[in-house]
Design a protein around this ligand. Sequence first.
Ligand code: SF4
Length: 406
Amino acid sequence: MIPIVPATSTSSVAVNWLAPGELRLTSLPPLSLYVHLPWCVRKCPYCDFNSHEHADSQLPERAYVDALRRDLEASLPQVWGRRVHSVFIGGGTPSLFSAEAIDEILAMARALLPLEADAEVTLEANPGTFEAARFRDYRSAGINRLSLGVQSFDDDALRRLGRIHDARQARAALECAGELFGNFNLDLMYALPGQTRAQALADLKSALSYAPPHLSLYHLTIEPNTVFAKFPPEVPDQDSAAEMQDALYAELAVGRYERYEISAFARPGRRCQHNLNYWNFGDYLGIGAGAHSKLSFAARVVRAMRVKQPMVYLERAARGESLIFEESEVAASELPFEFMLNALRLIEGVPVARFAERTGLPLSAVLPKLEIAQQRGLIERDHLRLRATARGLAFLNDLQEIFLAD
Ligand code: SF4
Protein backbone atom coordinates (compact mmCIF):
# COMPACT_ATOMS: atom_id res chain seq x y z
CA MET A 1 0.00 0.00 0.00
CA ILE A 2 1.17 3.53 -0.79
CA PRO A 3 0.23 6.08 1.87
CA ILE A 4 -0.81 9.23 0.06
CA VAL A 5 -2.11 11.61 2.69
CA PRO A 6 -2.19 11.62 6.47
CA ALA A 7 -5.57 10.52 7.76
CA THR A 8 -6.59 13.86 9.21
CA SER A 9 -8.79 15.42 6.57
CA THR A 10 -11.36 13.54 4.56
CA SER A 11 -12.07 16.40 2.14
CA SER A 12 -8.45 16.71 0.96
CA VAL A 13 -8.38 12.92 0.57
CA ALA A 14 -11.25 13.01 -1.90
CA VAL A 15 -9.47 15.65 -4.00
CA ASN A 16 -6.21 13.71 -4.06
CA TRP A 17 -7.86 10.45 -5.04
CA LEU A 18 -9.25 12.07 -8.16
CA ALA A 19 -5.79 13.14 -9.41
CA PRO A 20 -4.22 11.27 -12.36
CA GLY A 21 -2.57 7.96 -11.43
CA GLU A 22 -1.20 4.67 -12.63
CA LEU A 23 -4.44 2.73 -13.26
CA ARG A 24 -7.07 3.00 -16.01
CA LEU A 25 -10.49 1.97 -14.71
CA THR A 26 -13.00 2.22 -17.53
CA SER A 27 -15.97 2.09 -15.14
CA LEU A 28 -16.44 2.01 -11.38
CA PRO A 29 -17.60 -1.26 -9.77
CA PRO A 30 -20.91 -1.66 -7.91
CA LEU A 31 -20.89 -0.01 -4.49
CA SER A 32 -22.11 -1.51 -1.20
CA LEU A 33 -22.45 0.03 2.24
CA TYR A 34 -21.21 -1.72 5.38
CA VAL A 35 -22.17 -0.43 8.84
CA HIS A 36 -20.26 -1.78 11.83
CA LEU A 37 -21.91 -1.94 15.26
CA PRO A 38 -19.07 -3.06 17.52
CA TRP A 39 -20.57 -4.33 20.77
CA CYS A 40 -21.40 -7.82 22.05
CA VAL A 41 -22.81 -9.07 25.33
CA ARG A 42 -19.70 -11.24 25.77
CA LYS A 43 -16.63 -11.90 23.65
CA CYS A 44 -16.58 -15.42 22.19
CA PRO A 45 -13.21 -17.13 22.80
CA TYR A 46 -12.64 -17.81 19.07
CA CYS A 47 -13.58 -14.33 17.82
CA ASP A 48 -11.04 -11.97 16.28
CA PHE A 49 -13.55 -9.42 14.97
CA ASN A 50 -13.60 -5.83 16.15
CA SER A 51 -16.19 -6.59 18.82
CA HIS A 52 -16.14 -5.30 22.37
CA GLU A 53 -17.97 -6.50 25.45
CA HIS A 54 -20.50 -4.12 26.83
CA ALA A 55 -21.17 -4.91 30.46
CA ASP A 56 -24.60 -3.36 30.81
CA SER A 57 -27.56 -2.90 28.53
CA GLN A 58 -26.96 0.86 28.27
CA LEU A 59 -25.24 1.02 24.92
CA PRO A 60 -24.25 4.53 23.82
CA GLU A 61 -26.75 4.00 21.04
CA ARG A 62 -27.73 7.66 20.51
CA ALA A 63 -24.12 8.85 20.39
CA TYR A 64 -23.14 6.02 18.06
CA VAL A 65 -25.92 6.71 15.57
CA ASP A 66 -24.86 10.39 15.58
CA ALA A 67 -21.25 9.34 14.98
CA LEU A 68 -22.32 7.12 12.07
CA ARG A 69 -24.11 10.10 10.56
CA ARG A 70 -20.94 12.23 10.79
CA ASP A 71 -18.92 9.36 9.37
CA LEU A 72 -21.26 8.91 6.42
CA GLU A 73 -21.53 12.63 5.72
CA ALA A 74 -17.73 13.02 5.72
CA SER A 75 -17.45 10.09 3.28
CA LEU A 76 -19.91 11.39 0.75
CA PRO A 77 -17.39 13.27 -1.45
CA GLN A 78 -15.70 9.92 -2.14
CA VAL A 79 -18.86 8.30 -3.51
CA TRP A 80 -20.76 11.20 -5.10
CA GLY A 81 -23.41 10.09 -7.54
CA ARG A 82 -22.79 6.36 -7.06
CA ARG A 83 -25.74 4.07 -6.44
CA VAL A 84 -25.62 1.67 -3.50
CA HIS A 85 -26.59 -1.93 -4.32
CA SER A 86 -26.60 -3.53 -0.87
CA VAL A 87 -26.33 -2.67 2.82
CA PHE A 88 -24.93 -4.94 5.51
CA ILE A 89 -25.21 -4.06 9.19
CA GLY A 90 -22.64 -6.27 10.89
CA GLY A 91 -20.71 -6.49 14.12
CA GLY A 92 -20.37 -7.19 16.90
CA THR A 93 -23.99 -7.90 17.62
CA PRO A 94 -26.15 -5.42 15.70
CA SER A 95 -29.28 -6.97 17.18
CA LEU A 96 -28.29 -5.35 20.50
CA PHE A 97 -29.42 -2.10 18.93
CA SER A 98 -33.06 -1.04 19.18
CA ALA A 99 -35.30 -1.15 16.11
CA GLU A 100 -35.51 2.67 16.34
CA ALA A 101 -31.73 2.96 16.01
CA ILE A 102 -31.65 0.57 13.05
CA ASP A 103 -34.51 2.50 11.48
CA GLU A 104 -32.57 5.73 11.91
CA ILE A 105 -29.40 4.26 10.40
CA LEU A 106 -31.31 3.02 7.34
CA ALA A 107 -33.22 6.30 6.97
CA MET A 108 -29.90 8.13 7.07
CA ALA A 109 -28.39 5.81 4.44
CA ARG A 110 -31.42 6.32 2.18
CA ALA A 111 -31.38 10.09 2.64
CA LEU A 112 -27.67 10.50 1.96
CA LEU A 113 -27.03 7.82 -0.65
CA PRO A 114 -28.96 6.73 -3.75
CA LEU A 115 -29.94 3.28 -2.48
CA GLU A 116 -31.37 0.91 -5.11
CA ALA A 117 -35.08 0.26 -4.50
CA ASP A 118 -34.52 -3.52 -4.40
CA ALA A 119 -31.24 -3.41 -2.46
CA GLU A 120 -30.49 -6.36 -0.20
CA VAL A 121 -30.37 -5.01 3.37
CA THR A 122 -28.95 -7.50 5.87
CA LEU A 123 -28.72 -7.34 9.65
CA GLU A 124 -26.56 -9.75 11.66
CA ALA A 125 -28.35 -11.09 14.71
CA ASN A 126 -27.43 -13.23 17.67
CA PRO A 127 -30.15 -15.65 18.84
CA GLY A 128 -29.27 -14.62 22.41
CA THR A 129 -30.71 -11.17 21.70
CA PHE A 130 -33.87 -12.46 20.03
CA GLU A 131 -37.19 -10.75 20.75
CA ALA A 132 -40.02 -11.31 18.25
CA ALA A 133 -41.39 -7.76 18.53
CA ARG A 134 -38.00 -6.16 17.92
CA PHE A 135 -37.26 -8.40 14.94
CA ARG A 136 -40.65 -7.47 13.48
CA ASP A 137 -39.70 -3.82 13.85
CA TYR A 138 -36.35 -4.45 12.14
CA ARG A 139 -38.35 -5.79 9.21
CA SER A 140 -40.56 -2.67 9.21
CA ALA A 141 -37.42 -0.49 9.28
CA GLY A 142 -36.36 -2.03 5.95
CA ILE A 143 -34.16 -5.00 6.90
CA ASN A 144 -35.04 -7.60 4.27
CA ARG A 145 -32.47 -10.27 5.13
CA LEU A 146 -31.37 -11.60 8.51
CA SER A 147 -28.09 -13.36 9.21
CA LEU A 148 -28.32 -15.50 12.32
CA GLY A 149 -25.17 -16.64 14.11
CA VAL A 150 -26.41 -20.03 15.31
CA GLN A 151 -23.09 -21.99 15.10
CA SER A 152 -24.49 -25.21 16.66
CA PHE A 153 -27.67 -26.77 18.03
CA ASP A 154 -25.81 -28.63 20.73
CA ASP A 155 -25.93 -26.88 24.11
CA ASP A 156 -22.59 -28.32 25.24
CA ALA A 157 -20.91 -27.17 22.02
CA LEU A 158 -22.46 -23.72 22.38
CA ARG A 159 -21.17 -23.47 25.95
CA ARG A 160 -17.68 -24.45 24.87
CA LEU A 161 -17.84 -21.81 22.14
CA GLY A 162 -18.78 -19.22 24.76
CA ARG A 163 -22.02 -18.36 22.96
CA ILE A 164 -24.61 -16.44 24.94
CA HIS A 165 -27.51 -18.46 23.53
CA ASP A 166 -28.67 -22.07 23.76
CA ALA A 167 -30.26 -24.34 21.16
CA ARG A 168 -33.79 -23.43 22.26
CA GLN A 169 -33.13 -19.74 21.62
CA ALA A 170 -31.54 -20.53 18.26
CA ARG A 171 -34.64 -22.49 17.23
CA ALA A 172 -36.99 -19.68 18.33
CA ALA A 173 -34.96 -17.09 16.37
CA LEU A 174 -34.92 -19.31 13.27
CA GLU A 175 -38.67 -19.82 13.32
CA CYS A 176 -39.15 -16.08 13.55
CA ALA A 177 -36.56 -15.40 10.79
CA GLY A 178 -38.46 -17.76 8.47
CA GLU A 179 -41.81 -16.15 9.19
CA LEU A 180 -40.77 -12.50 9.19
CA PHE A 181 -37.94 -12.30 6.72
CA GLY A 182 -38.21 -15.26 4.40
CA ASN A 183 -34.71 -14.45 3.22
CA PHE A 184 -32.20 -15.35 5.92
CA ASN A 185 -28.77 -16.83 6.44
CA LEU A 186 -27.80 -19.34 9.09
CA ASP A 187 -24.16 -19.44 10.26
CA LEU A 188 -23.00 -22.88 11.35
CA MET A 189 -19.55 -24.06 12.45
CA TYR A 190 -17.96 -27.49 12.42
CA ALA A 191 -14.77 -29.12 13.69
CA LEU A 192 -15.79 -27.82 17.11
CA PRO A 193 -13.99 -28.89 20.31
CA GLY A 194 -14.73 -32.57 20.90
CA GLN A 195 -17.18 -32.75 17.99
CA THR A 196 -17.73 -36.05 16.16
CA ARG A 197 -18.78 -36.48 12.53
CA ALA A 198 -22.22 -37.66 13.69
CA GLN A 199 -22.65 -34.58 15.87
CA ALA A 200 -21.64 -32.25 13.03
CA LEU A 201 -24.15 -33.98 10.76
CA ALA A 202 -26.86 -33.75 13.42
CA ASP A 203 -26.19 -29.99 13.65
CA LEU A 204 -26.51 -29.61 9.89
CA LYS A 205 -29.72 -31.65 9.81
CA SER A 206 -31.19 -29.41 12.52
CA ALA A 207 -30.17 -26.37 10.48
CA LEU A 208 -31.73 -27.73 7.29
CA SER A 209 -34.99 -28.47 9.08
CA TYR A 210 -35.53 -24.66 9.03
CA ALA A 211 -34.95 -24.57 5.26
CA PRO A 212 -32.59 -21.57 5.39
CA PRO A 213 -32.34 -19.94 1.95
CA HIS A 214 -28.63 -19.39 2.67
CA LEU A 215 -26.16 -21.24 4.85
CA SER A 216 -22.61 -20.24 5.78
CA LEU A 217 -20.62 -23.23 6.95
CA TYR A 218 -17.34 -22.44 8.68
CA HIS A 219 -14.54 -24.65 9.92
CA LEU A 220 -13.66 -23.40 13.43
CA THR A 221 -10.23 -21.84 13.12
CA ILE A 222 -8.01 -20.76 15.97
CA GLU A 223 -7.11 -17.17 15.22
CA PRO A 224 -4.15 -15.35 16.82
CA ASN A 225 -4.95 -12.99 19.71
CA THR A 226 -8.03 -14.88 20.81
CA VAL A 227 -8.71 -16.77 24.03
CA PHE A 228 -8.64 -20.04 22.07
CA ALA A 229 -5.15 -19.17 20.77
CA LYS A 230 -3.97 -18.76 24.37
CA PHE A 231 -5.82 -21.80 25.73
CA PRO A 232 -6.30 -24.05 22.69
CA PRO A 233 -9.26 -26.43 22.94
CA GLU A 234 -8.98 -30.00 21.66
CA VAL A 235 -10.42 -29.91 18.17
CA PRO A 236 -10.79 -32.74 15.59
CA ASP A 237 -7.52 -33.45 13.73
CA GLN A 238 -7.12 -32.45 10.09
CA ASP A 239 -8.22 -35.83 8.66
CA SER A 240 -11.33 -36.04 10.86
CA ALA A 241 -12.22 -32.42 10.00
CA ALA A 242 -11.81 -33.17 6.27
CA GLU A 243 -14.06 -36.25 6.57
CA MET A 244 -16.59 -34.16 8.47
CA GLN A 245 -16.50 -31.53 5.74
CA ASP A 246 -17.08 -34.10 2.98
CA ALA A 247 -20.06 -35.56 4.85
CA LEU A 248 -21.55 -32.08 5.41
CA TYR A 249 -21.10 -31.05 1.76
CA ALA A 250 -22.75 -34.28 0.60
CA GLU A 251 -25.72 -33.62 2.87
CA LEU A 252 -26.04 -30.07 1.54
CA ALA A 253 -25.99 -31.31 -2.05
CA VAL A 254 -28.85 -33.70 -1.22
CA GLY A 255 -30.74 -30.72 0.18
CA ARG A 256 -30.17 -28.92 -3.17
CA TYR A 257 -27.91 -26.27 -1.73
CA GLU A 258 -25.42 -24.91 -4.18
CA ARG A 259 -21.92 -24.18 -2.91
CA TYR A 260 -21.13 -20.93 -4.68
CA GLU A 261 -18.26 -19.72 -2.50
CA ILE A 262 -15.74 -21.55 -0.39
CA SER A 263 -17.99 -21.43 2.75
CA ALA A 264 -21.33 -20.22 1.33
CA PHE A 265 -24.29 -22.35 0.21
CA ALA A 266 -27.56 -21.08 -1.20
CA ARG A 267 -30.85 -22.16 -2.63
CA PRO A 268 -31.44 -20.87 -6.19
CA GLY A 269 -31.74 -17.08 -6.29
CA ARG A 270 -30.63 -16.66 -2.67
CA ARG A 271 -26.93 -15.92 -2.99
CA CYS A 272 -25.78 -13.07 -0.77
CA GLN A 273 -25.54 -10.02 -3.02
CA HIS A 274 -23.49 -8.05 -0.53
CA ASN A 275 -20.80 -10.70 -0.16
CA LEU A 276 -20.83 -11.40 -3.90
CA ASN A 277 -19.81 -7.79 -4.38
CA TYR A 278 -16.76 -8.33 -2.11
CA TRP A 279 -15.78 -11.50 -3.92
CA ASN A 280 -16.12 -9.79 -7.29
CA PHE A 281 -13.74 -7.09 -6.05
CA GLY A 282 -16.53 -4.54 -5.96
CA ASP A 283 -16.41 -1.37 -3.88
CA TYR A 284 -17.66 -0.90 -0.35
CA LEU A 285 -17.89 2.05 1.95
CA GLY A 286 -17.52 0.91 5.56
CA ILE A 287 -18.66 3.19 8.36
CA GLY A 288 -18.49 2.60 12.10
CA ALA A 289 -15.64 1.74 14.48
CA GLY A 290 -12.93 -0.27 12.73
CA ALA A 291 -14.89 -0.58 9.46
CA HIS A 292 -12.91 -1.12 6.27
CA SER A 293 -13.58 0.52 2.90
CA LYS A 294 -12.37 -0.22 -0.59
CA LEU A 295 -13.17 2.48 -3.11
CA SER A 296 -12.18 2.81 -6.74
CA PHE A 297 -11.47 6.00 -8.62
CA ALA A 298 -10.60 6.45 -12.29
CA ALA A 299 -6.87 6.02 -11.66
CA ARG A 300 -6.54 4.23 -8.30
CA VAL A 301 -8.01 1.89 -5.71
CA VAL A 302 -8.02 3.15 -2.13
CA ARG A 303 -8.42 1.27 1.13
CA ALA A 304 -9.35 2.89 4.44
CA MET A 305 -10.02 1.84 8.02
CA ARG A 306 -11.97 3.77 10.64
CA VAL A 307 -10.71 4.25 14.20
CA LYS A 308 -11.06 0.85 15.84
CA GLN A 309 -11.85 1.50 19.52
CA PRO A 310 -15.56 2.36 19.81
CA MET A 311 -15.06 4.89 22.59
CA VAL A 312 -12.27 6.69 20.70
CA TYR A 313 -14.46 6.64 17.58
CA LEU A 314 -17.27 8.26 19.59
CA GLU A 315 -14.97 10.87 21.14
CA ARG A 316 -13.52 11.85 17.79
CA ALA A 317 -16.96 12.08 16.22
CA ALA A 318 -18.17 14.29 19.08
CA ARG A 319 -15.18 16.60 18.54
CA GLY A 320 -15.85 16.70 14.80
CA GLU A 321 -12.49 15.06 14.02
CA SER A 322 -11.74 12.66 11.20
CA LEU A 323 -12.81 9.07 11.95
CA ILE A 324 -10.34 7.59 9.50
CA PHE A 325 -7.45 5.77 11.16
CA GLU A 326 -5.53 4.93 8.01
CA GLU A 327 -6.11 5.41 4.33
CA SER A 328 -3.85 4.47 1.45
CA GLU A 329 -3.74 3.73 -2.23
CA VAL A 330 -3.30 0.06 -3.12
CA ALA A 331 -0.09 -0.27 -5.13
CA ALA A 332 -0.63 -1.56 -8.68
CA SER A 333 1.71 -4.49 -7.86
CA GLU A 334 -0.62 -5.59 -5.02
CA LEU A 335 -3.85 -5.46 -6.98
CA PRO A 336 -3.54 -8.88 -8.69
CA PHE A 337 -3.27 -10.60 -5.29
CA GLU A 338 -6.12 -8.56 -3.82
CA PHE A 339 -8.33 -9.40 -6.79
CA MET A 340 -7.50 -13.13 -6.74
CA LEU A 341 -7.85 -13.32 -2.95
CA ASN A 342 -11.53 -12.63 -3.50
CA ALA A 343 -12.38 -13.91 -6.97
CA LEU A 344 -10.85 -17.36 -6.54
CA ARG A 345 -13.14 -18.04 -3.59
CA LEU A 346 -16.07 -18.20 -6.01
CA ILE A 347 -16.79 -21.73 -7.19
CA GLU A 348 -17.80 -20.54 -10.66
CA GLY A 349 -14.92 -18.06 -10.75
CA VAL A 350 -15.27 -14.76 -12.59
CA PRO A 351 -15.30 -13.52 -16.19
CA VAL A 352 -11.71 -12.99 -17.35
CA ALA A 353 -12.57 -9.39 -18.33
CA ARG A 354 -13.40 -8.60 -14.70
CA PHE A 355 -9.70 -8.48 -13.81
CA ALA A 356 -9.04 -5.45 -16.04
CA GLU A 357 -12.40 -3.93 -15.20
CA ARG A 358 -11.81 -3.97 -11.43
CA THR A 359 -8.05 -3.46 -11.16
CA GLY A 360 -7.48 -1.05 -14.07
CA LEU A 361 -4.55 -3.28 -15.11
CA PRO A 362 -4.28 -5.24 -18.35
CA LEU A 363 -4.60 -9.05 -18.09
CA SER A 364 -1.00 -9.27 -19.34
CA ALA A 365 0.06 -7.94 -15.88
CA VAL A 366 -0.94 -11.28 -14.37
CA LEU A 367 -0.53 -13.70 -17.27
CA PRO A 368 2.76 -15.35 -16.18
CA LYS A 369 1.24 -16.10 -12.76
CA LEU A 370 -1.96 -17.43 -14.28
CA GLU A 371 0.17 -19.79 -16.32
CA ILE A 372 2.03 -21.02 -13.23
CA ALA A 373 -1.28 -21.64 -11.45
CA GLN A 374 -2.64 -23.44 -14.49
CA GLN A 375 0.44 -25.66 -14.85
CA ARG A 376 0.04 -26.69 -11.20
CA GLY A 377 -3.58 -27.63 -11.87
CA LEU A 378 -4.88 -24.98 -9.49
CA ILE A 379 -6.93 -22.94 -11.95
CA GLU A 380 -8.72 -23.47 -15.23
CA ARG A 381 -9.53 -20.74 -17.73
CA ASP A 382 -10.57 -20.07 -21.27
CA HIS A 383 -10.96 -16.74 -23.04
CA LEU A 384 -14.16 -16.06 -21.08
CA ARG A 385 -13.81 -17.41 -17.53
CA LEU A 386 -11.28 -17.99 -14.86
CA ARG A 387 -11.77 -20.19 -11.80
CA ALA A 388 -10.07 -22.35 -9.23
CA THR A 389 -10.13 -26.10 -9.88
CA ALA A 390 -11.23 -28.51 -7.16
CA ARG A 391 -7.53 -28.84 -6.28
CA GLY A 392 -7.18 -25.04 -6.28
CA LEU A 393 -10.09 -24.72 -3.85
CA ALA A 394 -8.58 -27.38 -1.59
CA PHE A 395 -5.26 -25.50 -1.55
CA LEU A 396 -6.68 -21.99 -1.83
CA ASN A 397 -3.97 -20.27 0.22
CA ASP A 398 -1.22 -21.73 -1.98
CA LEU A 399 -3.13 -20.66 -5.08
CA GLN A 400 -3.72 -17.11 -3.83
CA GLU A 401 -0.07 -16.73 -2.80
CA ILE A 402 1.04 -17.21 -6.41
CA PHE A 403 -0.40 -13.75 -7.08
CA LEU A 404 1.50 -11.98 -4.29
CA ALA A 405 3.67 -9.07 -5.50
CA ASP A 406 7.25 -10.21 -6.38
S1 SF4 B 1 -21.10 -12.74 18.97
FE1 SF4 B 1 -19.97 -12.71 17.01
S2 SF4 B 1 -18.90 -10.75 16.95
FE2 SF4 B 1 -19.60 -11.07 19.07
S3 SF4 B 1 -17.82 -11.98 20.09
FE3 SF4 B 1 -19.12 -13.68 19.39
S4 SF4 B 1 -18.34 -14.21 17.34
FE4 SF4 B 1 -17.50 -12.19 17.88
